[in-house]
Design a protein around this ligand. Structure first.
Ligand SMILES: Nc1ncnc2c1ncn2[C@@H]1O[C@H](COP(=O)(O)OP(=O)(O)OP(=O)(O)O)[C@@H](O)[C@H]1O
Ligand code: SF4
Ligand SMILES: [Mg+2]
Length: 331
């Protein structure tokens, strides 16, 4: 018998009340992450990536309605008490947000924040926690870590702040790290360094990771599996190498075409996907991508394609008229 996955998200939906009506931010999502593995979650702005990660972390806005089941490390996250969730977040389940200032306290030194986390969650005495804090800062590539411990977040660059946030997230040896667009707010030159740092630490610690991004290029080579989200749903899911060699969803191919090319001449405008995602307060009857899809026909307008294994080699896709693998290069 195979072990259950570390995380399993089963039929999870998140609805939010808005002045325009109920907004369906996440729509019946199923996902699994095994211990030590990495999942990339990719999609355009507003497709529900952050709401899905907040559902997993049980950090949804108060008025949000969650349905479905989230099992993490053998526990039903939805049933856990606030106290049990606090004990879990940090030591077992950590998060790195897009803006490091979300997780750093501006009025405390880096050292105080790191050392207090180690004392509170790992039960370390102050001297051992200080020593470990220095090791962690060095591990995430911060020069002169002893001096950095005495500094405040505003004294660091954006890239260094994100490294500190990663050091704090890693400090309790979590089983799963959720990194929600960890480099979007950073300078392009720093982005690859931070992504490589996350990938290296993930492998070294045999930690599972969910890497959330709007850039399909970011997950290539850094994840085991990819889930592509559109309008709240997972629309394609496959092992990463399979996704890039045999993608079936026209939406995934459009995301691929939108990746900036290294050999493009300077100042080339990025190809954006034409059109906009549908209004999430007015879910469409058919495929949500139909208004933007060159392959859409009456069937696509009339009925939502299920996420199916169909003929995807090792993956699933939700499309009535999938790309043939050979057609991907032309899509
Ligand atoms: N607090 C909120 N109240 C109501 N609606 C919200 C709230 N936060 C987000 N939404 C809506 O929920 C949907 C999903 O948002 P979410 O933040 O999960 O998207 P995302 O994929 O993370 O986008 P981005 O790439 O911009 O971070 C969007 O339509 C968004 O406008
Ligand atoms: S179901 Fe139809 S509209 Fe949707 S992605 Fe596939 S071809 Fe395009
Ligand atoms: Mg987001």
């Amino acid at each position: 018998m195979t072990n259950p996955p570390l995380l399993s998200v089963e039929g999870v939906s998140v609805e939010l009340p808005t002045p325009r009506g109920q907004l369906l931010a996440v729509d019946k999502v199923d996902l699994e992450v095994a211990a030590g593995r990495t999942l990339g979650v990719v999609g355009e702005s507003g497709c529900g990536k952050t709401m899905l990660s907040r559902a997993i972390l049980q950090l949804l806005p108060k008025k949000a309605a969650l349905s479905g089941r989230i099992m993490f490390d053998g526990q039903d996250m939805v049933q856990l008490s606030p106290e049990a969730l606090r004990r879990l977040r940090g030591p077992s389940l950590a998060v790195v947000f897009q803006n490091p200032m979300t997780s750093l306290n501006p009025v405390l030194t880096i050292g105080t924040q790191l050392i207090e986390t180690l004392q509170a969650h790992m039960g370390m005495a102050a001297p051992a926690a200080a020593k470990r804090g220095i090791e962690l800062l060095a591990a995430v590539g911060i020069p002169a870590p002893e001096q950095r411990l005495r500094q405040y977040p505003h004294q660091l660059s954006g890239g260094m702040r994100q490294r500190v946030a990663i050091a704090i997230a890693l400090s309790c040896e979590p089983k799963l790290l959720i990194a929600d667009e960890p480099t979007t707010a950073l300078d392009v030159t720093v982005q690859a360094q931070i992504l490589d740092l996350l990938a290296r630490e993930q492998q070294r610690r045999h930690m599972a990771m969910i890497l959330i991004t709007h850039d399909l290029g970011v997950v290539a080579g850094r994840t085991d599996e990819v889930a592509v989200m559109y309008a709240g749903r997972v629309v394609e899911r496959a092992p990463t190498t399979t996704l890039f060699s045999h993608m079936r969803m026209p939406y995934t191919a459009a995301l691929l075409a939108a990746i900036p090319k290294l050999d493009s001449p300077p100042h080339t405008a990025l190809p954006a996907i034409a059109g906009r995602p549908p209004d999430p307060t007015r879910p469409l009857r058919g495929c949500s991508f139909a208004p933007r899809c060159s392959r859409a026909d009456d069937r696509c307008q009339a009925a939502k394609p299920p996420l199916d294994t169909a003929d995807h080699i090792g993956g699933q896709y939700a499309c009535w008229h999938p790309l043939q693998p050979a057609a991907v290069a032309r899509a």
